[in-house]
Design a protein around this ligand. Structure first.
Ligand code: PHE
Length: 454
């Protein structure tokens, strides 16, 4: 069956392409928007440390496990999980949970992506070139009705169209060329922000931990962010693993992705917090943090307004890379199982995402702002359920499946592809993490986060 699949399946042309696409999925709003915003509302450095540990001890091993299951089966996520262990079809539940998570994430992610797109035009029109920390423009946009909905629609049309056009052509090329430019711009922001008077308080906020801030819920949020950041627990990285050539060395590839992704987040934090403190703002500025602070940093630079425009254009592109990978999960299943044509599957998925997306977007304004479930509006609810519940549970299941149901020999064999006869020792080490360390940590953090244990 596998060989029949391979012939008709699209894939990444090379290991470099596989790396670029994986990184393209990881880097997105998570780095520039969510990481700073969550760090700011969860107390700063202690959260950052919890996040870094989550990436290393849980995120990286699960990333490896996902790639390995994808490449071993060469199937879409739902079928991959349902067929990787013989006679255990019900593991496809991981894929189904991932399907739901993908749609929930996209419902609010496309709202935020819409703000990023809108800011390109607001920056061109100089509508945001304030000289003090001011959230009027952001609040008017996010809290509006038709404007954010229109942008969300545009975002979904663009992303679905890229998906409709095919895997490797669509994704690889764009990410490979533009990501480095975004990093350069972030470094520029860092330099400017760090040289503002009073900036050092922001650096301390980011790196000097106050461990009394680490509650169970904060740790769960840090774990959830590590899953969200590395696109884990929902089948995205499994799907991308299924497109990887055999020559790709899964473990080093995953390590490079996790490291690069983390660096981008830290660079974003090093721009935002020093500036927030220098301008006397509050780090707990919420979802608007990025949108209020970045234009202000650039306004303190020569040619700042041009840089602001470029920054939001590049952020839009990074965001597309991540969204494309989110839509790919349901689409690859519809194409392979439902025998749908790629474009039809892409636009249908986009439409489902818009359906829920309307709820998330309108919950930021007067239209649905008062509709609360478990005390959260739709936007926060979709975020919480996906990142803090579905993704960690998905990760736990993936670790158990890989560590306890697959034979050790199968795991080692897949991870040893791309090497000569000498297999590096770290393959054994990562296996121990997948089998013991990651699942135990996820389990404890989930129970602790929900207050079941202290
Ligand atoms: N990793 C992406 C980001 O940080 C978001 C994402 C989550 C993408 C899950 C795919 C799957 O922005």
């Amino acid at each position: 069956m596998a060989s029949k699949q391979t012939k008709t399946r699209d894939g990444f042309a090379s290991s470099v392409g596989a790396f670029a696409a994986t990184l393209g999925s990881a880097v997105g709003l998570g780095n520039i928007w969510k990481f700073p915003y969550l760090t700011g509302s969860n107390g700063g450095a202690a959260f950052v440390i919890a996040y870094l540990l989550s990436v290393l001890l849980v995120g990286l091993p699960i990333l490896v496990a996902e790639h390995l299951i994808g490449r071993k089966t060469r199937l879409n996520a739902i079928h991959a999980y349902g067929s990787v262990v013989k006679g255990k079809k019900y593991w496809s539940l991981i894929g189904w949970a991932g399907f739901i998570a993908a749609i929930l994430i996209m419902a609010y992610y496309t709202d935020v992506a819409g703000w990023v797109f809108a800011y390109v035009f607001k920056a061109i029109g100089a509508a945001i070139s304030g000289t003090t920390l001011n959230s009027d423009t952001f609040n008017a946009l996010a809290g509006g009705t038709w404007e954010p909905l229109a942008w969300q629609f545009v975002v979904l049309v663009i992303t679905s169209s890229i998906i409709a056009a095919g895997v490797s052509r669509g994704i690889e090329r764009v990410t490979k060329t533009l990501m480095p430019v975004l990093v350069v711009l972030l470094i520029l922001c860092d330099i400017r922000a760090l040289t503002l008077p009073g900036a050092f308080a922001g650096v301390e906020y980011l790196f000097k931990p106050d461990f009394s801030k680490l509650t169970g819920n904060v740790m769960l949020t840090a774990l959830g962010l590590s899953f969200f950041k590395l696109s884990l627990g929902m089948g995205t990285m499994t799907t991308y693993g299924s497109y990887m050539p055999d020559e790709t060395r899964i473990v080093p590839n995953a390590a490079k992705v996790a490291l690069s992704d983390t660096i981008v987040s830290i660079l974003a934090g090093l721009a935002i917090f020093p500036a927030v403190f220098a301008f006397g703002g509050s780090p707990a500025g919420g979802p608007g943090l990025l949108f209020n602070v970045i234009p202000l940093i650039f306004s303190k630079m020569p040619l700042g307004s041009i840089f602001t425009v470029i920054f939001f254009i590049l952020s839009s592109i990074a965001t597309i890379g991540a969204m494309v990978s989110l839509i790919e999960v349901p689409v690859s299943w519809m194409v392979e199982k439902g025998r749908m044509k790629r474009p039809a599957a892409a636009y249908l998925t986009g439409a489902m995402m818009f359906g829920l997306g309307i709820l998330a977007t309108l919950s930021q304004g007067p239209a649905l702002g008062n509709a609360k479930i478990f005390g959260k509006n739709f936007f926060d609810l979709f975020d919480y359920v996906s990142s803090n519940v579905l993704l960690p549970l998905g990760g736990l299941a993936i670790a158990i499946l890989t560590g306890w149901l697959l034979k050790k020999g199968e795991v080692v064999e897949e991870l040893s592809k791309g090497y000569g006869t000498i297999k590096p020792r770290y393959i054994q080490l990562i296996y121990i993490f997948i089998k013991y360390v990651s699942p135990v940590l996820i389990f404890i953090i989930i129970l602790n986060g929900f207050g079941v244990i202290k």
